[in-house]
Unconditional design. Sequence first.
Length: 260
Amino acid sequence: MKILCIGDVCGSIGCKMLEKHMSRIKREHGIDFIVVNGENSADGNGIMPQSADWLLNIGADVITGGNHSFRREEIFPYYENNPCVLRPHNLKVADYGSGYYLADLGCTKIAVINLSGKIYLDRHDADNPFIVADELLNKARQDGANIILVDFHAEATSEKRAMGFYLDGKVSAVFGTHTHVRTADLQILPEGTGYITDLGMTGPKNSVLGVKSEIIINRLKSNDMSRFELADGPCMINGCIFEIDEKTGKTIGVTPIYYE
């Protein structure tokens, strides 16, 4: 089974880019299941019902979240009515939604887990992601999941790498999100878990993590705290494909993707 994982989609410009290329990506690679990180898919930060609907209509089977999942109050009831739209399970900001979803495809069951890191994110409201991972793994096993995927939305590469090795052999794949720059460490870990520290982002390539570069430069150089604005211009899609053996739940192939 080939599972496509797409890095943080930035605003409507990122949604449009993904919409433009999704059918081609699915056709060229024979994709069976799609996970998209959509915590920044709304213009102006966060995720909104409209942007979530957009990603689902494009073809996402599951939308994962991150530290901006609770930025917009309009999304709160949406989480309750759309269990395939996740937010990090270990965040205690609000009692809405879940970081766990079980997709029953008939031939196989896929569990998707969404967690937030703590290092450098100053998430004092977050439970320990390693302990919560154990709890959700037990749930996935009880639910009969053949394949288990983990989106670990975290800042520190060390925390992400540690989570990858902690879950090696226990889950099918661990992919990091949040930092918007795709890392070069895509690999199969010793016990058969597919891994990448960060998928990268889907959005304007001539930007600083999706934001107009001059805004970030002025903030860093002159402490100008102007509001972030998404950049425009040419876009890119970043992500990777995990090929997973349905019988063993192990990753047998990993392929990065990049589209302009």
